[in-house]
Design a protein around this ligand. Structure first.
Ligand code: AMP
Length: 220
């Protein structure tokens, strides 16, 4: 099954994609994670992306399309994948359509996770993750059970994304409204769009996604 999770920063795309990847035996492909890894590794892609990401703007379409095209050819993506954070505008969506047509495949579904903007700011400004395993937490909604210790791996160091500060978050939301939101109509026209209420709690959103995706995965 090949699908896209669409939604603003803070909607829970990453959290839900990880759960769906486990359930359906497919891989989660987050362009944000790939770019952050490239920055950490000091690669050419990372050097190009760093300042743009710190501002909350979009990295060039060609660069992310090339990163995704290479990644979906890897053997672990053969069973399918969840795109989280790509495409981000209609140029990228067009590039993806052409890329998949060339590879002889296509998308099975696009699911929009809908969340109010006031809620997004609250969610993003409190989030942090384990430096060792990447498990996600939040100052108000999901603290580690034992303060200062990761529930998943016992790690004791935590990190916050540099672009999760108030100024950059405002720009990221503006970029979403202006550039990414038009994709909702784009995929609606293709008959691929489904929507879930992302204001519900994490497990309820997962259940709503599974109700949509279980039948699709049986046919994919
Ligand atoms: P995310 O982790 O999805 O919130 O992405 C973090 C940042 O990475 C974004 O604000 C962009 O600067 C960059 N980025 C991630 N995915 C894309 C994409 N598909 N196109 C352009 N820039 C992206």
């Amino acid at each position: 099954m090949r699908l896209i999770l669409l939604g603003p920063p803070g909607a829970g795309k990453g959290t839900q994609a990880a759960r769906l990847a486990d359930r359906y035996g497919i891989v989660q492909l987050s362009t944000g994670d790939m770019l952050r890894a490239a920055i950490k590794a000091g690669s050419e892609v990372g050097l190009k992306a760093k300042a743009v990401m710190e501002r909350g703007d979009l990295v060039s379409d060609d660069l992310v399309a090339a990163v995704i095209s290479e990644r979906i050819d890897q053997p672990d993506a053969k069973n399918g994948y969840i795109l989280d954070g790509f495409p981000r505008n209609t140029a990228q969506a067009g590039a993806l359509d052409r890329m998949l047509a060339q590879k002889g495949s296509g998308l099975d579904a696009v699911v929009e996770i809908k969340v109010d903007e006031a809620e997004l700011v609250k969610r993003i400004s409190g989030r942090f993750s384990c430096a060792k395993c990447g498990a996600g937490y939040h100052d108000d909604f999901k603290k580690p059970e034992k303060p200062g210790v990761c529930d998943e791996c016992g790690g004791t160091e935590f990190v916050r994304r540099p672009d999760d500060n108030a100024g950059t978050v405002r720009n990221r939301l503006k970029v979403y409204r202006e550039q990414t939101e038009p994709l909702i109509a784009y995929y609606e026209k293709q008959g691929l769009l489904e929507t879930v209420d992302g204001m519900a709690d994490i497990a309820e959103v997962t259940a709503a996604l599974e109700r949509i995706l279980d039948p699709i995965s049986e046919n994919a």
